[in-house]
Design a protein around this ligand. Structure first.
Ligand code: GDP
Ligand code: MN
Length: 405
């Protein structure tokens, strides 16, 4: 039976309209469609995400930290201005002579994004004397003052009370469990120095704030305010960019030792502390190995802090306790978990600040805000390494316990 012409025309037109709608939908910007996941773009967030998140908060547009912000105005931050608006603070690097090229890379990034405006001094530490080449090239990389210091043997050496045989056996046992760097003496020494010794150096005697900078890190975002002054104005004592889980075997007895310390010194626990950040189980089985510590810590290769934190009675006694317990050597306690446990317990959590606006990378993790002042990193990307690294992200535990300020 023949179909009438009018019907054939109508059928053809309907088909064309259908085709047009299909093609339009297919070609439209997929990011314009509101995904139930909060707009996660494919490829940015591979692997498991932290519980309780529908998307990485760094995908959300963000700007500068809240006012008051101290800015460059005329020559108020000029390098040679004896009455500058700089406060008592320094950029601080522990570094080896062999890491000169990597140190220059970090300096170039931080100078370009921030310090060429504010000209805070650089203070370099090393367990052996710096070479002339190191000094010349790092001095040439900034208009600010630079100073170079050799760490006294008494600050760096393995303490006399560490039992050599027990240490040797522990190193081997940890290496068998795959704990990274556990057999490198210098790594243990570095972690101990960064935990509780560095601020005892004469060069820092009169310094209040420091910003720790490692070789081979990247900074991505222009920052147009005096970050140290911001800490002071806003009553902050500790600033971080990333929080991560640690290898539980490296800190097996850190929490039990901490509980012993707290039993003797309950007066040091802050009222408004962040204990939940330290104890909420993030990875199944972790807290069982560590006696209750989540292993979540501020990633201290980036650290902006007030030295009075470490010079306080609470921390002085705590570090002394940990040092005598020996876990910097019998285990591989890092300065990151040690500082984090102390900050989480002894400090009011409102004094801890997430620098979401400081774009940062230390291999293999990023802090990259969605902010027009950044280039060279992808907003919301946490790692460019293997997928499983995403499971080490515990920023959500901090945010849930203390907020995002
Ligand atoms: P990771 O970040 O945990 O992989 O450890 P790194 O190798 O980056 O070391 C942390 C920081 O300590 C870096 O700034 C290193 O340059 C520094 N560092 C580590 N070991 C030594 C050492 O034996 N001597 C000196 N002078 N610096 C060290
Ligand atoms: Mn490093």
């Amino acid at each position: 039976m023949a179909i009438p012409k009018a019907m054939r025309v109508l059928g053809g037109a309907t088909f064309l309209v259908f085709l047009f709608v299909l093609v339009t939908l297919y070609r439209s910007d997929p990011t314009a469609i509101k995904l139930p996941t909060g707009g996660i773009k494919e490829g940015i967030l591979p692997g498991p995400r932290p519980q309780g998140w529908d998307h990485d908060p760094q995908l959300d547009p963000s700007g500068e930290a809240p006012e008051p912000l101290r800015r460059v105005n005329g020559n108020n931050y000029a390098p040679d201005n004896a009455n500058s608006d700089r406060i008592n603070a320094t950029l601080l690097s522990l570094v080896r002579n062999e890491e000169l090229a990597d140190m220059l890379q970090s300096m170039h990034d931080l100078e370009r994004t921030w310090n060429h405006k504010f000209n805070y001094p650089w203070t370099f530490f090393n367990d052996v004397p710096f070479t002339d080449d190191f000094k010349q090239k790092t001095t040439a990389a900034t208009n600010a003052k630079t100073s170079y210091h050799t760490i006294p043997k008494a600050h760096w050496d393995i303490p006399s009370w560490i039992n050599k045989d027990l240490y040797a056996a522990s190193k081997k046992a940890l290496a068998d469990k795959g704990v990274q760097y556990s057999e490198m003496d210098s790594y243990h020494q570095m972690c101990r120095w960064n935990s509780g010794v560095f601020y005892q150096h004469d060069a820092l005697k009169d310094v209040q704030y420091y910003w720790r900078v490692e070789p081979k890190v990247h900074f991505f975002c222009g920052v147009d305010y005096d970050v140290f002054r911001w800490m002071q104005d806003h009553n902050k004592t500790y600033g971080f960019t990333l929080t991560l889980l640690d290898s539980p075997d490296s800190v097996k007895s850190l929490w039990p030792e901490t509980l012993k310390f707290l039993a003797d010194h309950p007066e040091h626990e802050a009222k408004n502390n962040a204990k939940g950040f330290l104890t909420e189980e993030k990875e199944k089985g972790h807290n069982h190995i560590t006696g209750g510590y989540s292993t979540c810590h501020f990633w201290s290769n980036f650290e902006i802090a007030d030295l009075s934190l470490w010079r306080s009675k609470a921390y002085t006694q705590y570090f002394e306790h940990l040092d005598k317990a020996g876990g910097f050597f019998y285990e591989r306690w890092g300065d990151a978990p040690v500082h984090s446990v102390a900050v989480g317990l002894f400090e009011d959590k409102s004094k801890v600040h997430w620098f979401r606006d400081i774009g940062y990378q230390h291999i293999p993790f990023f802090n990259c805000p969605n902010n027009g002042k950044c280039s060279g990193c992808e907003p919301g990307r946490f790692t460019d390494g293997e997928d499983w690294l995403n499971s080490q992200d515990c920023r959500n535990v901090w945010f849930q316990n203390a907020g995002m300020d």
